[in-house]
Design a protein around this ligand. Structure first.
Ligand SMILES: NC(=O)CC(=O)C(=O)O
Length: 278
């Protein structure tokens, strides 16, 4: 297993032309691979936001067109790609899923995760935002064992539910994916705090590649972040698009867990988080 490697987070301003979004994503993958990144990570809804004005449809099966493009790029460069998320067509279902994939260096999908917690809130200006009108929540907690260590999967609003991350850590995760498209208002107040808390309480790296820019329903916060297991913000973007680089060091992650053994000190005789569906 590789203990130290370079990662790339792609901060995107995804809009309503899927083909353009994917062309940009592929160019960023080429750039990241050329600079030595072994894992490239994308934000939530990386391929399309809004009604597609380019060729092709909106929702897709997985594997399908967008994940196929990422799979080709992973195989071409021999790297891992975390595909942020896309809107997944579910056969026979009215609602789609908000779904992440992790793709291995041979171009195959290693793990697929459907967002568990849908973002149903009232926005700062009083408008309701109900992701569950369009998105059916998933029902599985997903980790992926790889040559780069064990990854825990999650998406955006999930970051507000610490039980999920505790379960991911118990299942072996050392690096947590949190692709986001946070609103500017909630991001300014909460995003860094939530990401750092999930990192510290679980002794894990957190990779949060973000959406930026003005979307149909809200302005996205940007601020992609890589956090280390001690809670240190190693890399932080602003509101610009582009590729941001950092390093994962699993020996450092082990050292942090030795220094602060809070996972081991849990009182499972008094309380427990439990995975209900396997
Ligand atoms: N957009 C989201 O899913 C989450 C978000 O903006 C928030 O939790 O705040």
């Amino acid at each position: 297993m590789k203990r130290k490697y370079k990662i790339a987070m792609v901060q995107m301003d995804t809009q309503n032309n899927k083909e353009k979004n994917l062309e940009d994503a592929c160019a960023w993958i080429d750039e990241a691979a050329a600079s030595g990144a072994e894992l490239v990570c994308f934000p939530e809804v990386m391929n399309l936001i809004g009604k597609n004005t380019g060729p092709g449809g909106g929702r897709e099966p997985i594997p399908g067109y967008s994940t196929g493009r990422l799979m080709e790029k992973a195989a071409e460069h021999g790297i891992y790609i975390h595909g942020g998320s896309i809107t997944e067509e579910i056969p026979g279902e009215k609602r789609a899923c908000n779904t992440s994939v992790l793709i291995g260096p041979d171009g195959r999908i290693l793990a697929k995760y459907q967002k568990l917690h849908t973002f149903d809130i009232t926005l700062a200006d009083g408008r309701p935002f109900r992701e569950s009108d369009r998105i059916r929540p998933g029902d599985a907690v997903v980790t992926a064992e790889t040559e780069l260590g064990c990854f825990g999967m999650s998406i955006c609003y999930d970051v507000r539910f610490p039980e999920l991350y505790r379960l991911l850590a118990i299942k072996g995760a050392r690096v947590l994916f949190v692709p986001v498209s946070f609103t500017k208002e909630t991001g300014e107040e909460h995003l860094e705090m939530l990401l750092r808390a999930r990192a510290v309480e679980n002794g894990c790296y957190v990779i949060a590649a973000a959406q930026t820019g003005v979307k149909p329903a809200y302005t996205a916060y940007g601020n992609s972040m890589l956090i280390d297991p001690w809670g240190k913000v190693l890399v932080r973007a602003g509101s610009e698009t582009g590729v941001f680089y950092g390093e994962i060091d699993l020996d450092h992650a082990d050292a942090v867990r030795r220094r602060m053994p809070s996972l081991e000190s849990r009182r499972t005789d008094v309380y427990q988080v439990e995975e209900k569906r396997k």
